[in-house]
Design a protein around this ligand. Structure first.
Ligand SMILES: Cc1ncc(COP(=O)(O)O)c(C=O)c1O
Length: 404
């Protein structure tokens, strides 16, 4: 018996199921344990000096886990603010009643400035056009708008170059309704092997902060730490960390030092739809990349790359069936994956299958799937499709679960 409980949160009580697939009981779903999410945040917070704020990064639908429930759980666990990538993600949270500061971490096009005022979102600014548009929108509304300034210390993606920042700040004085909330930068190699480059970026950031201080600029929030930096670079914390992947219980890469024992909060499950006995010499799936060498029992699973199971796992991925590994046979299709259950005794149609996560004491970590597919845990999670219902629990597993 499980002591788990399905969470009753406002977004569930509205009577609007989060997706058609949840309502119809599709035999493929993602279990998300919000209790573990809160535990992870508590664990991460313990590392932080009291003055350091925690921005929970919930962009890309909370890395596939579901933005609204994860945002609410993160705020319950004491996160002070939320980070998203695009305006729509901020609007989604606001529309569902999330009250905290929400920072859109990437600069947007000037035409979108009014949305920041309408939905009370904090903008990230790295050019004068967007700053000007925000000022105009703020004048129209008759109230200020919060902005972070983004500086590029070496990622080469967004942001002002440090040398341009003093002049940019001088220009911003022409936009009095822009309330500068702080300064952001982002690491290129934190959590990776290139420690030297992290040190260089950090150095660049610190030099800039010193110069701004000397010039009398007083910036409230200073933030450069992501999960990789959190694990190995406490000197990067300043007064706000922005954490994503660690919160969801995973490490940024296989080179990360696992210095905080977080737990993965999600498990992907499905059920065996068909069991087929095939003779030796039969081919399986498109392109006939797999042929049976012995009489084989192949189980068909009703998931595919349209749900986020990478096609790169054709003939190389494993799933768990009755606590044992079963290998993917042939090409992963858009809506089906075949696996070899010949050696999994007692397998029957309808058996629960774990695509990633634990079952019967064994585990298929997301990191293993990502590595075998030649991608990152970030990409694998954020590509989990909208057809996959997310089922939320608070510590535990559903009563119907076969696993321990
Ligand atoms: C600007 C920004 N800050 C913070 C994060 C969080 O990174 P992580 O998930 O590695 O903690 C991301 C994620 O890519 C990001 O783009």
């Amino acid at each position: 018996m499980s002591n788990s409980q399905t969470l009753q949160r406002p977004y569930r009580e509205t009577g609007r199921p989060r997706s058609l697939f949840a309502r119809t009981g599709r035999p493929a779903w993602l279990e998300v344990d919000l209790g573990l999410l809160r535990d992870n945040i508590a664990l991460l917070r313990k590392r932080l000096p009291a003055h350091v704020q925690f921005m929970a990064v919930v962009k890309a639908d909370a890395y596939g886990h579901g933005a609204v429930p994860c945002a609410e759980a993160a705020l319950d666990a004491g996160a002070e603010s939320l980070g998203v990538a695009i305006v729509e993600e901020g609007v989604q949270l606001r529309a569902e009643g999330v009250p905290s500061p929400i920072v859109v971490l990437y600069p947007e096009a000037p035409e979108r400035a009014e949305e920041f005022l309408r939905w009370n979102l904090v903008a990230t600014v790295a050019d004068l056009d967007f700053a000007r548009a925000l000022q105009k929108a703020a004048e129209k509304e008759g109230r200020p708008v919060g902005v972070y300034l983004k500086v590029d210390t070496g990622l080469g993606r967004y942001g002002l170059l440090p040398a341009d920042l003093p002049e940019f700040l001088a220009h911003l004085r022409e936009f009095p309704l822009l309330k500068i909330a702080g300064l952001l930068s982002h690491f290129a190699t934190a959590g990776d092997r290139d420690r030297e480059y992290v040190a260089r970026q950090l150095d660049e950031f610190q030099t800039l902060l010193d110069a701004l201080k000397a010039a009398g600029e007083d910036l409230e929030a200073i933030s450069i730490t992501n999960s990789g930096a959190f694990l190995e670079w406490p000197e990067s914390y300043f007064n706000t960390v922005r954490l994503g992947i660690l919160m969801y219980g995973l490490y940024p890469s296989r080179f990360s030092e696992p210095t905080v024992p977080v737990h993965p909060i999600a498990r992907w499950k499905t059920r065996i739809l068909r069991l087929r006995e095939l003779p030796a010499g039969a081919s399986i799936s498109y392109g006939r990349t797999f042929r049976t060498e012995r009489p084989t029992i192949a189980a068909t699973l009703p998931i595919g790359f349209a749900d986020g199971y990478p096609q790169a796992l054709s003939n190389t991925g494993d799933v768990l069936v009755r606590g044992q590994r079963a290998r993917v046979l042939g090409q992963v299709c858009m809506d089906a994956v075949m696996v070899d259950v010949t050696d999994v005794e007692g397998t029957v149609k309808g058996d629960e299958v774990v695509v990633f996560g634990r079952q019967g004491g064994r585990e298929i970590p997301v990191s293993e799937l990502a590595e075998r597919a030649g991608t990152s845990v970030y990409e694998l999670l954020s590509r989990l499709g909208p057809r996959l219902p997310r089922v939320y629990f608070d510590h535990g597993a559903p009563a119907s679960s076969q696993d321990s």
